[in-house]
Design a protein around this ligand. Structure first.
Ligand code: UD2
Length: 327
C-alpha cells in the first residue's frame, strides 16, 4: 500500500513568533512547507529546526511584492493550504506608517487571497486580531461586534478588519481573530513587545517591571501551542474535533481563552514564576491602550469543539523556562 503524500502548505511570516511554531507543526505532521518571510535567512533564528528538514523551503520576500503564491508554487507545485501571517505587527509602528500598514495588512492580503482562489487552494487562513474591535466596551467580545462602523484605534486594527471582512464576504477563507498570544520565541526586545515576554525577561534578569497605568487593565492571554492547534484545525490539517473530519473553515472566529487576567496579577505571577525579587514600578498609561479585552470563544468552540488545553500558569512557567534557556 502506498501512502499519498501530504499537500504542501504556504506560510507567510514563517520566521516570526507564531509563524515559526506553525511551520514546525506543519512539518511535524508531514506537510512540506514553503515559508515566506522578509527577514534574510541568516536572521531567521526561529527556524533552526525547520532548516534541518528537507521538506522546508525558505523564500526571502516582501509580501508587498505580489505573486507570492506563484513564486512558491515554482518550488512546490502542490500548495493547497495557505496560512497568511506576514504583516506589520506593531500597532505603534502602524500609527506612524498608515500607508505601508494598509498595503501590507490589507492590499497584500487581498492579492494573495485572489491568487489562492484562482489556483484552487483548499484553505486560506488569515491572522486576524482583537484590535479589529477597537475599544468596544461590550465584553466578552463577539465576532459580530466589529462592523464597518467600528472605529479601530490604529491603521493596524483597520487593515486587519478589512482583511477579515474579505474572508467573510468572499465566502472563501477564514480569519482567526487572536487575542494576546504568549510563549517561547516571542521577541521581548522592542518597547511594544508583548507584555509577558517583557516581564519574564526583566524578572529573569533581576530587573524591575514597569506597569503602564494602574495595572487594573485586563487581557485574554492564550498560549502559543493552543494557537497553533487552532490553526491546524481551521486549515483542515487536523480533524475538526466536533465533526471528526479535516476540513478548512470559512468565516471569522475569535481565538482566545475567554478568561482574563489583570496586568497587576500578571506582574506578580511573572516575578513568582521566575523566582525573582524584582520591584514593580508604575509609569503613565500608554496612549491608546485598551482597558479590558476578553474574547467570546463560543463560536469557535461550537464550530470545532476546540477549547484551550494549556492553563495560564503552566504556559507562563514553560515560557520562563524557555527564556532562561536562551540567556
Ligand atoms: C495586543 C497585541 C497587538 C494588538 C492589540 C489589540 C501583542 C504583543 N500585541 O496589544 O498586536 O493586537 O492587542 O488590542 O499581543 N504593559 C505594561 N508594561 C509593559 C508592557 C505592556 O504594563 O512593559 C501593558 C500595556 O500597557 C497593556 C498590556 O500590558 O495594557 C498588554 O500590552 P501588550 O503590548 O502585551 O499587548 P496589547 O494588548 O496592548
Amino acid at each position: 500500500m502506498t501512502i499519498a503524500p501530504k499537500a504542501a502548505c504556504l506560510v507567510t511570516g514563517c520566521a516570526g513568533f507564531i509563524g515559526s511554531h506553525l511551520t514546525d507543526a506543519l512539518l511535524a505532521s508531514g506537510h512540506p512547507v514553503v515559508g515566506v518571510d522578509i527577514r534574510p535567512r541568516a536572521e531567521a533564528v526561529n527556524l533552526a529546526g525547520a532548516f534541518a528538514d528537507p521538506r522546508f523551503h525558505y523564500m526571502e520576500r516582501d509580501i508587498n511584492e505580489h505573486g507570492v503564491l506563484a513564486a512558491a508554487r515554482q518550488v512546490c507545485p502542490d500548495i493547497r493550504h495557505v496560512f497568511h501571517l506576514a504583516a506589520v505587527v506593531m500597532v505603534a509602528f502602524s500609527m506612524d506608517h498608515p500607508e505601508l500598514t494598509m498595503a501590507t495588512n490589507s492590499t497584500a492580503t487581498r492579492a494573495l487571497h485572489e491568487e489562492s482562489v484562482a489556483a484552487g487552494a483548499q484553505a486560506f487562513i488569515f491572522a486576524g486580531s482583537a484590535a479589529e474591535y477597537g475599544d468596544d466596551p461590550r465584553l466578552p467580545l463577539k465576532e459580530e461586534y466589529a462592523t464597518d462602523d467600528t472605529e479601530q484605534a490604529s491603521p493596524y486594527g483597520k487593515a486587519k478588519y478589512l482583511s477579515s471582512r474579505l474572508m467573510q464576504t468572499s465566502g472563501f477563507g477564514c480569519s482567526l481573530r487572536f487575542f494576546n498570544i504568549f510563549g517561547p520565541r516571542q521577541d521581548p526586545s522592542s518597547p511594544y513587545s508583548g507584555v509577558i515576554s517583557k516581564f519574564i525577561t526583566q524578572a529573569v534578569a533581576g530587573k524591575d517591571l514597569t506597569i503602564f497605568g494602574d495595572g487594573g487593565q485586563t487581557r485574554d492571554f492564550i498560549y502559543v501551542s493552543d494557537v497553533i492547534r487552532s490553526y491546524l484545525i481551521a486549515g483542515g490539517i487536523l480533524p475538526n474535533p466536533r465533526t471528526g473530519t479535516a476540513e478548512p473553515l470559512a468565516g471569522i472566529f475569535n481565538v482566545g481563552t475567554g478568561s482574563i487576567m489583570s496586568i497587576n496579577e500578571l506582574a506578580q505571577q511573572a516575578i513568582r514564576s521566575a523566582g525573582a525579587s524584582s520591584a514593580i514600578l508604575h509609569a503613565p498609561a500608554r496612549a491608546g491602550d485598551i482597558y479590558h479585552s476578553q474574547a467570546d470563544i463560543d463560536l469557535f468552540t461550537r464550530t470545532t469543539g476546540f477549547t484551550p488545553d494549556v492553563d495560564f500558569l503552566s504556559g507562563l512557567n514553560q515560557t520562563v523556562d524557555w527564556f532562561r534557556s536562551t540567556r
